[in-house]
Design a protein around this ligand. Structure first.
Ligand code: SF4
Ligand code: SF4
Length: 135
């Protein structure tokens, strides 16, 4: 038995497809949708709890990948390099979960790691390359 929390990024063409239901139908997996977002360029982003027998789990993940879904572990580490960050606020506009928030009193941008879903939208958005992925 395996149980993980994962992030799925759907290309626009797959947003309306019953792909997650197919994980239960074809691979006998149990899923729990934790959060869902539509992000820029109308891609879909889903935070999912997924569990089942390990062989079925792996087959289900391969099914998603073959369809063009990007699958990431939720535990993937995003950090902010505080020596580079100038608190310009650009990243706030792309973060779908409000993990990056402007403190209106100090004018500083706070990074709340517990809200981060590792979608990586802030990585290319940051002009200073202060947001980093650590595998
Ligand atoms: S875009 Fe980069 S430099 Fe600007 S506030 Fe966000 S992390 Fe800091
Ligand atoms: S990766 Fe960046 S944009 Fe995505 S949730 Fe985390 S802080 Fe927000």
């Amino acid at each position: 038995m395996i149980s993980k929390r994962i992030v799925l990024k759907f290309p626009h063409r797959l947003v309306d497809q019953p792909i997650v239901c197919n994980l239960a139908k074809y691979f006998d997996l149990e899923f729990n949708i934790l959060k869902a977002y539509i992000i820029p360029k109308e891609e879909g982003l889903l935070i999912l709890g997924l569990s089942g027998e390990e062989e079925n789990y792996n087959k289900g993940i391969n099914y998603l990948k073959k369809l063009g879904v990007i699958v990431q572990s939720l535990s993937q580490g995003i950090i902010r390099n505080s020596t580079r960050c100038t608190h310009c606020g650009v990243c706030i506009t792309v973060c779908p979960t409000e993990a990056l928030v402007l403190d209106t009193h100090t004018r500083k941008v706070h990074f709340y790691e517990n809200k981060c879903i590792a979608c990586e939208l802030c990585i290319p958005a940051c002009p200073l390359r202060a947001m980093e992925v650590h595998y």
